[in-house]
Design a protein around this ligand. Sequence first.
Ligand code: SF4
Length: 673
Amino acid sequence: MRYAETGFNLEIDLSTGNIERVETDPKLMELHLGGLGTAARIIWERVPPEVGPFDPENLLIFSTGLLCGTAAPGINRTIVNTISPVTNYLAHSMMGGYFSAEMKFAGYDKFIFSGKSSKLVYLYVNNDHVEIRDASHLKGKGAQLTAEMIRNELGDPNIQVASIGLAGENRVFTASIEHSHSSASRGPAPVMGDKNLKAVAVRGTKDVHVANPEEFFEMSFKSLRSIGVNPNVGDWMAYTWNDGFHTDNFSWGNARVRRKGYWSPEVQEDWKQLTRRYLNRKTGCYNCLKECKLSIQLPDKPAYGAKCFSKVYWHLAAFESLDFTWEVLGITQEYGLDNFSTPATVAYAMELFEEGVLTLADLPDFPLNNKERYLYLIDKIVKREGIGDILADGSWAASRAIGRGAEKYEHNCIKKFEQLPLKLAKVNMPYFLMFSTGEKINITQIQGSYPQDPLKNPEKRKKYCDGWIAAPQRFKEFYMAWEPRTEPDLKTACHICDWNEAIHYLDDAFGTCAFVSSFRGQFGGKVAYHIYNYPKYFNLATGLNLDSQDMWQIARRNRNLVRAISISRGLTRDQENPPEDHWKIRLPEEEQQVLSMYYEFKGWTNEGVPTKPTMDKLELGFVADELIRRGHIAGDETNVYEETTTYPEPTDEELDASVFAATQKMSMEQGGG
Ligand code: SF4
């Protein structure tokens, strides 16, 4: 019997229609857990660098995390990986909702798509029944409408669907896969469109087995209740009334303009009234008591889900009032568009027009009204019409295709991918490392475990550290020594970045929502999952016996594997650099110094390539051999990653106390930001 995982993947060749249920090697779970870890292993082994994103040999993998579908709360992410057309590196995206649990209940850890279908199709999985079905009647249909039509035609309202809209069908690089009130963006949707795969529909009724069900359930149930009342977890951005932090601190338009003091009591009151008018209900994900998503319904329009930063980004990008966001989100969800990179791209195009780089010759019949212009550009991008065909590849590629000095206005990308419009004061070294070296893009995928600022009062800092169960001892020491208005030293910056990576990589392999783990570590220190209780969940679920050091090692292994994929596809040191104006004050020499120090710390060469001794120690020697064969390393490098320790481990009592019974319940009235 396999525990936690089902032990089976579904392999679907869309070119031939061949479908196979393939038993997996249990050793891979011990090495990589599941989710991103095992998906990266498959991509490394089966998708060599010669294979491009739109080649039939590229794989599109929907993974469950190792603990998805079990009683562990907040662990419900579907991880979607492929080779990204945006970057040509590994695309990594996670969506919440209910899809991964249903995959497990149907008896699969992964759906692995290869090839390309000659016509539009969707996959239907109902336990052991698996079928590729014609989707020609769904062509051009909205993502949510597609899900509804599939459930209707299959006669089962409980089927979970992940689908693309017109944007994905047209291989728009900023497209997203939509499911429930969640989505997977940053590369997989255009690959899904390229494979002519409109949707994946799954229904399952099987059990997921864990090795020690009673204790596992008891631990999970306790944690579920504590998540419900814990103000430190969840995506409170969705339900706070006060969005002043983002509107006052993030940049507007094409990441150029700050509007300090924009948020006022009047703006907040308007926002509240508007949201109350359109809010159907709050909603969340499988096996979680938080309700981080809003079901929004405008008159005579279908309901849609608003989540996270999407709630504010469109009005920031467009310099519009808040109601514009509510209007546009319904449109982009049906088109299946990401609400991070698409507004960034449209705002970039608007700036090009304002600066005369794009003219009315590029934008025929361009409306006079700002709002209409945004809708016009969204439409052109989704349909790949005229200039929209160029913008559909994102602002990095568009600026090179347009020429005429357009590159000057593309200043928000790292490794070709649009980032959040954060333009800050002075470079901060832990964040410099996180943004530069992160390979999964996006702020929520890299930061979170360590506070952004120290508390002024040393006693409060001490108290904070005493309750900070998630932090290995060295981070408490760094934090205690951290005086306000000073920066952590460069070595500390390396440790902080490394820790952030480790926790995110564990979340990505277990299938954990970052809002109950990695991304929430910095806010109060009390999170549902961390390096000390992950082993307990793992051991009870699988019957194996690993500790927190082993967990860190798995995170390190997965991180190096992802790194190796990028390196083999052309990642170089000079790409690991945020845009010039990301911080007003840059320290180029120190930045390069900390980057070299970090590479050394990670056991990489001065060019950022994992060395043979590093990979050998991580049981990835075969990966290093390939990097040698391809000339990325010589093989005689001696550098190996720096050992760190998670000891002393907290006692069971201390761990138990961390699953605390917080009493401060969040509500929409209280806000939370
Ligand atoms: S915390 Fe929010 S986003 Fe995360 S699983 Fe729970 S409901 Fe979903």
